[in-house]
Write a protein that binds this ligand. Structure first.
Ligand code: NAG
Ligand code: NAG
Ligand code: NAG
Ligand code: NAG
Ligand code: NAG
Ligand code: NAG
Ligand code: NAG
Ligand code: NAG
Ligand code: NAG
Ligand code: NAG
Ligand code: NAG
Ligand code: NAG
Length: 725
């Protein structure tokens, strides 16, 4: 039992070591012998050659020469079914007498191989005849004859003169061949130039006949390459099916050209040994990098070559295309339309970008400008003053430039309500459809700017039914804009009638002078600055020239401002401002109301151009009834008119000290009015209104410690910043 087992194991190892594993040669097979690469199915040891046929058993001798059948030297093995070998030349030599002086003929055994049609049978010699004989199931012989009795001159042409050449037709089943040569007849005349005759097989193209040298002694050359055909087995590809020994990958079987058996070859685009399944089998050829002229790519532009499994592509870079006629990469053509379109789009987008950038810069510049104006117009100061801790009673809204522009329809001329010394007043319609009056200062007058800010500050302190209400301002324009409530019935100037206005205005001015915690001098009291609403309620407007007077300052020296005709002459001469200046102006307004005449009229006689002079001269001449408006005379008793004229005259005294206080004036006028008993004074000033003047109270406290009365004003007015900023 044990012995049997050992034998089994031994047989197994023997098989494993010697037999082909999976029909493939061993890994340690000899691959080279001298200069010759040994490739399967040929091999030099068991397990290395195709085992079914001993013809594939080669030997490599100690001189590094590879032999087939021991006596044929192998110089090349081709996968396609060819074996290149070297065979000796047969010869027959003679002496000068025609006697034989040595001859040799060779017989080579072929095994399963056969002579290739690529070989030629050659005879060299004069009067020489040679035979090529093949032995097998049937014997064949072919021959060649060369007859000449003098040295031929033609070189390189084996055409019968000293050399004869013939094709080889060898059936695949012969197992040996023999070449031999001899003289055709006893011919001593050729001895000098041709002592021997030669016969040999050589691959077509390897032997070039040299008449002088070769006829003399071809034995020096001796060996010629010969091609033998080989194939696997004696079956066709179809017969052998998948039992072929072709490699598993990318290898294919083909019928042998010699008429029996099959051979293998790599598929197109692959190279390697088609009989192997390992890494030496058929491998993809990188046609783009190979040095082989057979497999090299044919891309006209080598840089376009792209290798792929089993082949290659001539692909151009993106943006290029292959021109199939020239096989060259060409720029993808852009039609004129495409170029035009591309250029246009590019141009347009550049324009767009530029205009975008410009627009942005413009916007930024505009915003910067607005901010600059805002600061320049005292916006910062105003915001600081308007904002502060505590409750608020004044709503001063800050409008945007944009809002102003749209509400005035772009400062349209048709929207102009009036133009005065301080600027232009426009009618504006706010987004909530409320109507406002927008006052715009004259351009390029910095003192006007100050007046605007001043007016904002003053008006934000006042809440009186007879004072035009300031709604807000816009400081983003070059000159600031002030937004007022809209008084739609025009100015007192337009409605010169009814002394009721005088009472209201006197009350208002008295309030400004005394009721407000810091006295406010209007400085520009005139009929044009007294507006009437739809109920014909008088509203004092235009506080641009107004001054807040701190408590401890009786008089203020300022630049003289006002309107000629209403301007207090004392103030005009001294520049010293006090509340009596307003009293003077008011006196002129009362005179206007009484007479219906303008304060200054150049159509009146020289001395009476000024209304004050006009009335005083009328009084002196006792013709007051001539100058008083007829309407006034109808509505009032003469006593009242006289009293009013007296008040007006008192108000317009040249010396301010002699003029009554505004409160006194108001009281006197009220007294006149009470006698008419139409309304109660208190009706017009509801009690709660004084409580609304909290901001003014604060103003007073701060004003006491300040020399100017402005800087420390801390109003508790709330500030609304209009949306859009
Ligand atoms: C191999 O080839 C070279 C040159 O072709 C030759 O000199 C050398 O003798 C060759 N070697 C053998 C072993 O045939
Ligand atoms: C065998 O011949 C082929 C061409 O038929 C050649 O490419 C190859 O180099 C040769 N090999 C040897 C060892 O001479
Ligand atoms: C291969 O050939 C050599 C020499 O011709 C011979 O000695 C050897 O036995 C052969 N091998 C086989 C397995 O026939
Ligand atoms: C062929 O000739 C060479 C010498 O030229 C010799 O060594 C070799 O043995 C010969 N071959 C045969 C098969 O006789
Ligand atoms: C006969 O052959 C031998 C060698 O083979 C040579 O040396 C000799 O010269 C030859 N004789 C004649 C007469 O050619
Ligand atoms: C060949 O012919 C010559 C004379 O032409 C003669 O001497 C010689 O003996 C002949 N040789 C043979 C082998 O017959
Ligand atoms: C072929 O030739 C050989 C040797 O001359 C001979 O032994 C054999 O009988 C021949 N075969 C045939 C079929 O004639
Ligand atoms: C032999 O080679 C020549 C060129 O060398 C060629 O023209 C001819 O066709 C070839 N003949 C055969 C049978 O291969
Ligand atoms: C094919 O070869 C085998 C041996 O390898 C042999 O037995 C068979 O008779 C052969 N067939 C033909 C048609 O030659
Ligand atoms: C070549 O062989 C590989 C496996 O090595 C296979 O994936 C591929 O499909 C084969 N190519 C072709 C053309 O048969
Ligand atoms: C091989 O030969 C057979 C018979 O001659 C034929 O039917 C078959 O198509 C051939 N196969 C190939 C692959 O050439
Ligand atoms: C191709 O030839 C170059 C030199 O001509 C050589 O350096 C390179 O190794 C060769 N490449 C291959 C794959 O044979």
């Amino acid at each position: 039992m044990k012995v049997q087992r050992l034998i089994l194991v031994a047989v197994f190892f023997y098989l494993a070591c010697t037999e082909l594993v999976n029909g493939q040669p061993r890994k340690d097979c000899q691959t080279r012998c001298g200069n010759v690469t040994i490739e399967y199915p040929f091999g030099t040891s068991q397990g290395c050659y195709y085992a079914d046929d001993p013809s594939f058993n080669l030997t490599c001798n100690d001189k590094e020469k590879l032999f087939f059948r021991n006596n044929i030297e192998v110089i090349n093995i081709s996968h396609s079914g060819e074996l290149r070998v070297m065979t000796n030349t047969s010869y027959a030599c003679y002496d000068s007498q025609g006697n034989s002086n040595g001859s040799r003929y060779y017989t080579y055994r072929l095994g399963s191989l056969s002579l290739s049609h690529k070989n030629k049978f050659n005879v060299v010699g004069c009067n020489a005849v040679a035979l090529l004989s093949t032995f097998g199931p049937q014997n064949y012989s072919t021959g060649c004859l060369s007859a000449c009795n003098f040295p031929p001159v033609a070189n390189g042409d084996c055409n019968g003169a000293g050399c004869c050449r013939t094709d080889v037709s060898d059936p695949y089943d012969s197992y040996s061949f023999q070449t031999r040569s001899s003289r055709l007849q006893n011919m001593t005349s050729v001895y000098d130039f041709n002592p021997c005759t030669y016969a040999f097989l050589a691959e077509n193209g390897t032997f070039h006949f040299d008449a002088l040298e070769d006829l003399k002694n071809l034995r020096n050359v001796n060996e010629f390459p010969l091609v033998l055909d080989w194939s696997i087995g004696n079956q066709t590809c179809e017969q052998v099916g998948n039992r072929s020994i072709c490699g598993m990958f990318n290898s294919t079987c083909f019928n042998s050209t010699r008429g029996t058996g099959y051979n293998c070859k790599c598929l197109e685009g692959f190279e390697g040994n088609p009989y192997l399944s390992n890494e030496h089998g058929c491998q993809d050829i990188n046609e783009c990098t190979t040095n082989s002229t057979i497999h090299k790519h044919n891309c006209s532009d080598p840089s376009t070559c792209r290798d792929k499994v089993g082949g290659f592509d001539c692909k151009c870079q993106s943006g290029y295309r292959l021109d199939t006629t020239t096989m060259k990469c060409k720029h993808k053509d852009f039609g004129w339309a495409t170029i035009l379109l591309g250029t246009t789009i590019g141009f347009l987008s550049i324009l767009l970008i530029i205009s975008c950038v410009q627009q942005r810069m413009k916007h930024r510049k505009a915003a910067e400008l607005r901010q600059k104006f805002f600061e320049q117009n005292g916006g910062g100061m105003l915001v600081q003053r308007l904002s502060g801790p505590g409750t608020s009673n004044a709503n001063v809204k800050i409008f945007t430039e944009e809002g102003m522009k749209t509400s005035t329809n772009g400062y349209d001329k048709s929207r102009i309500l009036g133009q005065g010394g301080q600027g232009t007043v426009y009618k504006g319609i706010l987004p909530d459809n409320s109507i406002v009056a927008i006052k715009k200062a004259r351009l390029g007058d910095n003192s006007q700017v100050e007046q605007f800010i001043n007016e904002v500050l003053v008006l934000s302190q006042i809440n009186h039914r007879n004072v035009v209400k300031l709604l807000g301002c816009c400081l983003e324009t070059e000159v600031p804009l002030l937004v007022y409530e809209f008084i739609n019935s025009g100015t007192l100037f337009d409605h010169l009638h009814g002394s009721l206005f005088a009472v209201e205005i006197a009350g208002t001015l008295a309030y400004l002078h005394s009721s407000a915690s810091i006295p406010i001098i209007h400085r520009d009291v005139k009929t044009a600055n007294i507006l009437l609403d739809e109920n014909l309620t008088a509203k004092v407007a235009d506080f641009g020239a107004s001054r807040l007077i701190p408590m401890d300052k009786e008089q203020l020296t300022t630049m003289v401002q006002g309107t000629i005709g209403y301007l207090d002459p004392e103030y005009y001469h001294t520049g010293l401002l006090n509340e009596k200046s307003d009293v003077y102006s008011f006196g002129v307004v009362v005179m206007e109301l009484l007479t219906g005449q303008k304060a200054l009229c150049f159509e009146r006689p020289q001395q009476s151009k000024h209304l004050v002079n006009y009335i005083s001269s009328a009084m002196k001449e006792n013709r007051l009834h001539e100058v008083i408006d007829a309407k006034i005379i109808n509505e009032n008793s003469w006593k009242e008119i006289n009293e009013a004229v007296r008040v007006a005259m008192e108000c317009t005294r040249v010396t301010g000290e002699e003029r009554p206080l505004m409160t006194e004036v108001a009281a006197k006028l009220e007294g006149l009015r009470v006698t008419k008993a139409k309304h109660q004074w208190s009706d017009q000033y509801p009690g709660d209104e004084t409580e609304n003047l909290v901001g003014v109270g604060v103003l007073s406290a701060q004003g006491d410690t300040s020399s100017t009365g402005y800087d420390s004003i801390k109003n508790v007015a709330s500030m609304q910043v209009a949306a859009g900023r």
